[in-house]
Design a binder for this molecule. Structure first.
Ligand code: BG6
Length: 491
């Protein structure tokens, strides 16, 4: 892996993503001494900012987000790398000035990483302007471009965006980020599955009843109204992060851990998802919007009362899907996926429910109903890997209860590394295994497209759920009555 000096050019440096994720990640990498020497960070924004006011902002952001408190020496080292420039990033003339700045400053490396922390609608224009300004040519240094999700708005727009990126950048220069793949517990799904021989024989349709993937958030849409009202929960979370988690749970063992082998297996899963037909959308998908409610004892407004949201918006803040993967391993095992804002808790969990044993051996005992086994992989807020088994209750009676085998780090307080730290380092080191290849995105869009299209035509009504609840009643998605959402890690 190369760790040459480079220059991070962050477009949209004062925006939500850069402030909340990128800047803290850079700080923590600086603290861990993982940023190569002579690496610079150029923040590029539309709004003109003088150094003093930017420094104040950096201070404020990092004071709130530095994991172990803000350290003066780390901050000083980070600041020494940072430059702020302003201009219009869609305009080649502005970007020529950026090029001149880089070319005329000997301490700034000519290996350039362009980070698009900007609205997706600008990606194509900024890429074109980079080319017109001569910044895409690999003259005297390499070029990489990091694209945030959502990559496109549907299958067709993703295709168009991809074509426009490929006019000036080749596939190995494009890093399509899905920050969920940088989360250590998400990567742990691979280790758990493929480093433990005992799991493989049971990881299939013969033993697994169904799989649930839940991402719930208690936050609302914060200051992202413009983006969110256009996107909605299905595009924002489900098409990307949740489908990526599904691929890792469902994929076959890759031939090796190199980027292409991993992505090949993920693509096979996505291609095997049974298409949702227009007619079956209502049986496979559910959407709803949060209404006013209570979070942590405080009353919060409904989605329609959030700032800058049109009063008649029918954008979904909750989306759930039932999917089937038509291959030998998974045929007829339902995968239930759901995500929502303003739900009861912040939690991302993959829950795997096993089938009941075939024989009712304990029918004549006090054990009237055996609970099924579960494997629970909790991704956040704390990481956890738990197996639930049935054991006999102590005492004379033949009775059973559920016990849990927990991996030792199943506890709050384990160090939470932010996914962005790992992923930024991967871009610097040119490791694209945790980034998405275009075909993954394409097939993920194909999976959700029929639902998006159907919802587009149903503009007159959307269900609601009270803020602070576990979402709407979408139980009609489940195949059987004994399948229900598992809300808590503890059963
Ligand atoms: C982003 C979505 O990709 O992921 C946000 O746009 C969402 O709406 C966020 O809140 C969740 O990420 P995390 O890492 O906080 O779980």
């Amino acid at each position: 892996m190369s760790s040459e000096p480079c220059t991070f050019i962050v477009f949209g440096a004062t925006g939500h993503l850069a402030r909340n994720k990128l800047l803290p990640a850079m700080y923590h990498l600086e603290e861990a001494e993982r940023i190569p020497d002579k690496t610079s960070i150029i923040g590029f924004t539309r709004q003109a900012l003088d150094d003093d006011s930017w420094n104040d902002q950096v201070n404020e952001i990092l004071t709130a987000r530095a994991r172990d408190g803000l350290k003066d020496n780390v901050l000083a080292n980070l600041r020494a790398r940072m430059h702020m420039l302003s201009g219009d990033m869609t305009d080649a003339e502005s970007l020529k000035k950026l090029k001149e700045y880089i070319d005329s400053n000997e301490s700034i490396s000519n290996n350039l990483i362009f980070y698009m922390a900007i609205p997706p609608s600008l990606y194509a224009r900024v890429t074109q302007a980079l080319h017109d300004a001569g910044l895409s040519d690999e003259n005297g240094g390499w070029r990489r471009i990091v694209i945030e999700k959502p990559f496109g708005y549907d299958t067709e727009s993703a295709m168009i965006l991809n074509e426009s990126l490929h006019k000036h950048f080749s596939e190995n220069q494009i890093f399509r980020i899905d920050h969920y793949l940088g989360k250590s517990m998400v990567q742990n799904v691979l280790v758990f599955r493929f480093a433990n021989l005992m799991l493989e024989p049971i990881w299939n349709r013969n033993h697994i009843d169904h799989i649930q993937i839940t991402h719930s958030e208690s936050q609302g849409i914060a200051d992202r109204a413009a983006y969110y009202d256009d996107a909605g929960a299905l595009r924002d979370m489900l098409q990307s992060h949740l489908l990526q988690m599904l691929t890792l749970v469902a994929m076959e063992p890759p031939a090796s851990l190199d980027a292409e082998s991993l992505r090949d297996e993920k693509v096979k899963v996505l291609k095997s998802i049974r298409p949702i037909t227009r007619r079956s959308v209502n049986a496979h998908a559910y959407r709803a919007q949060y209404a006013t409610g209570n979070i942590n004892g405080e009353s919060v407004p409904g989605y329609l009362s959030e700032q800058n949201i049109p009063a008649d918006s029918i954008t979904e803040t909750y989306a759930s899907l039932k999917l089937y993967i038509d291959n030998w391993r998974w045929r007829n095992v339902p995968f239930y996926l759901r995500t929502g804002k303003r739900m009861a808790k912040n939690s991302s969990v993959i829950s795997i429910r096993f089938k009941h044993p075939p024989q009712q051996l304990f029918r004549q005992t006090q054990i009237e109903q055996l609970e099924p086994n579960w494997i629970v992989l909790a991704i956040q807020p704390s990481e956890c890997l738990r197996m639930e088994l049935q054991v006999k209750k102590p005492g004379l009676e033949m009775d059973a209860h559920t016990t849990q085998l927990d991996a030792s780090y199943c506890a709050t307080g384990s160090t939470q590394l932010d996914a962005y730290e790992a992923l930024l380092l991967d871009v610097i080191e040119n490791d694209c295994s945790l980034f998405l290849r275009y075909d993954e995105i394409h097939h993920a869009w194909e999976t959700v497209d029929p639902v998006l299209k159907a919802w587009d035509t149903q503009q007159d009504y959307i269900h609601t759920y009270p803020a602070g609840s576990w979402g709407p009643d979408d139980s009609k998605l489940f195949d059987r009555d004994d399948q229900v959402w598992r809300n808590e890690i503890d059963s």
